[in-house]
Ligand binder design. Structure first.
Ligand code: URA
Ligand code: SF4
Length: 203
């Protein structure tokens, strides 16, 4: 790893990035934000209307809901790092294209390496697919997976769950599971040495 890399360096590069066509239509790029040494990192899909206006992640209705979910396990948004798969808003909130995700991925990779969170929470299908390309979110959500000393937990996207009672119940329950996992990880100080054999075979 480049030892001179910093979250702020990444953020500055993102703010001026023109590596994909989303740079033509964005108002403000959204690098992500949070503590420099977070236990947990949340990864969403991409900026929406409010994020594009403000240059900050999850500041619209989905963000409000995410904050409520965090509060349900005693956390504030400033306790966790929040990032996205693509850092610039896709026009009209369309899905990000594979080429855009690929262009933006090195920023996310650098963030993960640098922040080295003990737990990564994926919000929605796009961030889940980065780590679990062959899974479906309906099967994987709420289950923690340990890989190379780090836990991964997939959740539905808060924007999808906000107005869908079934998904909302799922994401609320998954957040409780995350709270339990966080307690476990904090108590252990480090993840257990023995990983799930099933997971070792997958990757
Ligand atoms: N939805 C996302 O996926 N990310 C944000 O930052 C806001 C809404
Ligand atoms: Fe660059 Fe990512 Fe924005 Fe595309 S989405 S312009 S790769 S920062």
């Amino acid at each position: 790893m480049d030892t001179s890399d910093t979250p702020e360096k990444i953020a500055q590069e993102v703010r001026g990035c023109t590596l994909c066509p989303l740079s033509n239509t964005r108002k403000q790029a959204v690098p992500g934000e949070g503590p420099a040494n977070p236990t947990m990192m949340f990864i969403g899909e991409g900026p929406g209307y409010h994020e594009n206006e403000q240059g900050r992640p999850f500041v619209g209705p989905a963000g409000q809901f995410l904050e409520e979910l965090l509060a349900s396990i005693g956390l504030k948004r400033s306790d966790v790092f929040i990032a996205n798969v693509v850092k610039c808003r896709p026009p009209n909130n369309r899905d990000p294209m594979p080429s855009e995700i690929a262009a933006c991925d090195p920023y996310l990779e650098r963030q993960i390496k640098l922040l080295n969170p003990k737990i990564i929470v994926t919000l929605g299908r796009y961030s889940m697919a980065k780590f679990f390309p062959s899974q479906t979110i309906s099967r994987l959500h709420g289950q923690s997976r340990l890989r190379e000393g780090r836990y991964y937990l997939a959740m539905y996207h808060p924007a999808a769950a906000l107005h869908n009672p079934a998904l909302r119940k799922d994401i609320e329950e998954d957040m409780k599971k995350l709270g339990a996992l966080l307690k476990e990880v904090s108590a252990a100080g480090q993840p257990p040495a023995v990983e799930e054999p099933q997971q070792l075979r997958l990757f």
